[in-house]
Design a protein around this ligand. Structure first.
Ligand code: C2E
Ligand code: MG
Ligand code: MG
Length: 737
């Protein structure tokens, strides 16, 4: 569980580790961008405000120009002089200078002053006013009028009339009129034609005022697009409004001119916000997408890594831990503190005759078989044990058990029993066996390699001593194997001498215990090691080519024996290496000729393997032998599935049922059925059957029931020296049922 969760946790950390900085940087960028936009918006607004204030001043200044301009249309006029100064025609004045100004130009107040600056006519807020009212209204602008009068007196009108200046004198100012801040313009009434000559300074003055009031503000607002424009004594303080202070020429405060300021920067800012927010959101989405992609990638990578890790540690075919994992686990076990009531033993298992199944049925069948084997073994091990596949048909178990070897030996036997049962492969039954080497962990043992090597040696021993069995490692095996290199030299030496190598004959009996022949078996009495098993030196001889010489020696002795005892079958084991030699048949026939043995008394024991090889020389040799009457026996027959098949292809005279089958024979055991099948098939093909390794009466009686032809085994006789055989052969045969 923990290991399954770990990558998920790590991935979340990766996700958070990536996403948080991305979001933080995006936020920082967002805040910076916003700050920048705000800052520049503010700058834009400040400049806009400056422009608006300049505009406002310009508007007021413009009004101060416009009013005198409007006023001039009536003050430069003969009729105006005539109708005021000559005799005041109030009606005419109303229509042309007073009320008319209100209607036409929107001027609020008009006052006409005589040559002494005394009001003679007044129109205030569109109504004719009394001269008293006019006097009160006029008070505030009296100094301006006095100033203009002064300039007229000093010849300003004359200068204009004489063309010395282009403009008639006039004064336009911001001032208070009738208590109201106003734009005030004062101009003299002058003859436009020059027909009416007035005494210098005697001109009447025409005062026009435009009140800075709501109406006027409204007009400005419309004309100059200054929304909310107003005149006020106290600015509102509203940040949305801008204001300028208006003062008269002497610097006295008159009023504030206020208007709704336009803030293009702010407007832009508010317009930009959705765009910025949108961009930010998109950026976050993209970041999220990218981080998510990254996370997925990293998760896939993580899964790939976990998968690769699993694959590196496990065998693809069976899903079992592989050699690397096995060695690691073993090393770990060995570093653990030894406990009193728990021991560990390594079991090495190697399938017997797996190669045949693989070769005949194909690799897929082989794979199926390996999987099935793995499954069977898996059911046998304890919860703390470890089953590994080391490769090929090799398995290993790290087995924890109470002190003593009973546990591991039982496990080994259970494995042998389980694997010995037939396998259903593609609808056919396949038989394999298993050999087991056991290496118990000794006190102080810490080297995993050494332990594996010991188990391997024990396995080798198990195979050598007949397969389908379990062997516990002993130090003597180690010595022997370590000296294996030297065996070659020693065997070479033994072949040169006559005192070390000999032949033993193991008698063969029929169903009535009547001796029918014997199998020649090599014996090597080593000066130091004592008896060395053929299982040990035959493979060395085969590997080094010494088998040719050794084989010739055995054949020689066997033929001598056979020649002496005609009518008895003498069986000789032939190695594949011998059979592959194209000269082999001539060696055999030479030997027969030399000794005078009858070919019909000679039986060559070959192993199944050679028949599987597509070596035509071997097949050809067998054909020649059979044609000459020499019998061919298939040794160690039975466990290879393939055997039954190629019996039809390569005719043989005898099969020798492997002793691993015979040793399991007991009523009710599955081996009975298997042997029964072999015997039935062999007999159907007119092939005789020999049972090897018959050790008990029970086995013999089962074999008798099954109809076996020939019996070989310790029960009847072990391999014996030639004189002992001859003694046996010379005895009158007693028939025993
Ligand atoms: P194999 O040809 O199957 O020989 C029978 C083996 O079974 C012999 O082992 C024999 O001692 C043993 N045996 C016989 N009866 C019993 C029994 O009741 N119980 C048990 N457990 N074993 C029994 P050995 O002599 O150790 O030979 C082992 C193998 O070495 C032979 O198996 C044969 O394959 C090979 N071998 C022996 N001599 C020669 C030889 O001269 N040339 C070649 N090429 N191979 C040989
Ligand atoms: Mg044999
Ligand atoms: Mg055999």
């Amino acid at each position: 569980m923990a290991s399954a969760r770990a990558p998920v946790m790590r991935n979340w950390q990766v996700m958070a580790g990536l996403f948080v900085p991305v979001i933080v940087s995006l936020l920082a960028i967002g805040v910076l961008a916003l700050g920048f936009v705000m800052w520049s918006a503010q700058g834009v607004d400040e400049r806009a405000l400056e422009r608006q204030m300049a505009l406002a001043r310009h508007v007021i200044a413009r009004q101060l120009q416009n009013i005198p301009h409007d006023q001039e249309s009536v003050t430069l006029w003969d009729d105006a002089v005539l109708n005021t100064k000559l005799s005041l025609n109030t009606t005419w004045v109303d229509d042309n200078l007073g009320l008319w100004m209100r209607d036409y130009f929107g001027h609020d107040d008009v006052i006409i002053l005589d040559h002494r600056n005394q009001p003679v006519y007044a129109m205030l807020e569109g109504e004719r006013a009394s001269l008293d009212e006019a006097s009160r209204a006029f008070v505030d602008v009296a100094p301006i009028a006095a100033e203009l009068r002064l300039s007229i007196m000093s010849g300003a009108v004359d200068d204009y009339l004489n063309g010395r200046v282009s403009r008639a004198p006039r004064i336009a100012e911001l001032a208070t009129m009738n208590g109201v801040p106003s734009l005030v313009s004062i101009a003299p009434l002058i003859s436009d034609t020059g027909a009416i000559v007035q005494g210098r300074g005697s001109e009447y003055l025409h005062i026009v005022a435009v009140r800075l009031d709501t109406d006027y503000a409204h007009r400005l607002a419309v004309e100059y697009q200054m929304p909310g424009a107003r005149f006020t004594q106290r600015p509102s303080g509203d940040p949305e409004y801008a204001a300028i202070a208006l003062s008269d020429t002497r610097g006295r405060f008159l009023t504030f001119f206020e208007w709704e300021r336009s803030s293009p920067g702010q407007a832009l800012f508010y317009q930009t916000i959705p765009a910025i927010a949108g961009a930010f959101l998109v950026a976050i989405l993209i970041a999220f997408f990218l981080v998510n992609q990254l996370w997925r990638k990293s998760r896939d990578l993580e899964a790939g890594r976990a998968d690769a890790e699993h694959r590196a540690a496990h065998d693809a075919l069976t899903g079992l831990p592989n050699r690397v994992s096995f060695e690691q686990a073993l090393a770990r076990t060995l570093t653990q503190r030894p406990s009193r009531d728990r021991r560990t033993t390594v079991l090495m298992l190697d399938l017997d005759r797996f190669k045949q199944v693989n070769d005949t049925l194909g690799h897929r069948a082989g794979d199926d078989l390996i999987r099935a084997v793995a499954q069977r073994l898996g059911q046998l091990i304890g919860p703390s044990d470890m089953l590994a596949r080391l490769g090929g048909d090799e398995f290993a178990i790290i087995h924890h058990h109470p002190p003593g070897l009973t546990g591991p030996l039982e496990l080994a036997q259970r494995s042998i029993d389980a694997i010995g049962k037939p396998f259903d492969i593609f609808g056919s039954e396949a038989f394999v066996g298993v050999s087991v080497g056991l290496a118990p962990v000794e006190a102080g043992e810490i080297d995993a390699h050494e332990l594996t090597r010991k188990a391997d040696i024990a396995l080798y021993e198990a195979k050598a001593s007949g397969r389908n069995r379990a062997v516990v490692f002993e130090e003597s095996m180690n010595e022997f194997l370590q000296n294996r290199k030297t065996i070659e030299g020693e065997l070479r030496e033994a072949l040169r001498r006559t005192d070390q190598l000999s032949i033993a004959f193991q008698p063969l009996f029929d169903a009535h215990r009547k001796i029918v022949g014997a199998e020649a078996l090599s014996r090597w009495h080593h000066p130091h090691r004592g008896q060395v098993s053929p299982a040990h030196f035959i493979p060395v001889a085969e590997a080094t080519g010494l088998i040719e010489q050794l084989g010739a020696l055995v054949l020689q002795r066997a033929c001598e024996m056979g020649a002496k005892w005609p009518g008895y079958t003498i069986a000789v084991n032939i190695s594949p290496a011998q059979l592959r030699n194209p000269d082999f048949p001539s060696t055999v026939f030479g030997m027969l000729r030399e000794t005078g043995m009858r070919p019909a008394d000679l039986e060559l024991e070959i192993t199944e393997g050679i028949l599987l090889e597509e070596v035509s020389d071997a097949a050809e040799a067998l054909r020649i032998f059979r044609a000459a009457g020499i019998k061919i026996a298939l040794d160690d027959f039975g466990t290879g599935y393939s055997s039954l098949n190629y019996l039809k292809r390569y005719p043989v005279d005898r099969i020798k049922i492997d002793r691993s089958f015979v040793s399991q024979l007991a009523p009710g055991n599955v081996s009975v059925a298997i042997v029964q099948a072999m015997v039935t098939l062999a007999h159907a093909l007119k092939i005789e059957v020999t049972a090897e390794g018959v050790e008990t009466e029970g086995q013999r009686s089962v074999l008798l029931d099954l109809g076996c032809n020939v019996y070989q085994g310790y029960l009847l006789s072990p391999p014996i020296a030639p004189p002992a055989l001859e003694q046996l052969l010379s005895r009158p045969q007693i028939r025993v049922a």
